[in-house]
Design a protein around this ligand. Structure first.
Ligand code: FES
Length: 155
């Protein structure tokens, strides 16, 4: 982990969530290793158990390596009504995944679900890393995945 990420912030425990977020975002496998947690604890002067507790409490953090692209399919009511379950099924089929939370063997994609992404007007929607995609259809999903497999750049 690049120490400059931590040092951007004052050594104040109130910055814990931001620091964990930035570290996780900076890594191609989008997760927090135990070593990362130790470094953060040392910098903030708090027990590593506290950092670990926070990292396990919030679902946005992962302690397991994930894919280069994290796909989060919105499953809140407006997206559900507009077919989010079919969208989720299509992602699973295209990626060859059985369950939510799994990562493809090539380590390219992890499939997750999410609460409302704030773009209900274009439901059903998903977010892939920091990019939001709306009005999803089976065809559109296939195009997105094909594009990313060919080296699309929405990291
Ligand atoms: S319910 Fe899916 S974006 Fe709001």
């Amino acid at each position: 982990m690049d120490k400059k990420i931590i040092e951007k912030y004052a050594p104040d425990p109130e910055n814990l969530l931001f620091i964990l977020h930035d570290i996780q975002d900076s890594k191609v496998d989008h997760y927090l290793s135990f070593n990362d947690l130790q470094e953060v604890a040392k910098y903030l002067g708090i027990p590593v158990s506290k950092v670990q507790g926070v990292a396990t409490f919030y679902s946005m953090y992962s302690l397991e390596p994930r894919g280069k692209y994290i796909i989060r399919v919105c499953e809140s009511a407006p997206c559900h009504v507009m077919g989010a379950l079919d969208i989720l099924k299509e992602f699973k089929e295209l990626l060859g995944l059985d369950k939510i939370g799994e990562t493809t063997k090539d380590k390219l994609f992890t499939l997750e679900t999410s609460a409302c992404l704030g773009v209900c007007g274009v439901a059903p929607a998903c977010m892939i890393n920091d990019v939001v995609y709306g009005n999803l259809t089976k065809e559109k999903i296939k195009q997105i995945i094909d594009g990313l497999r060919k080296g699309g750049s929405n990291v």
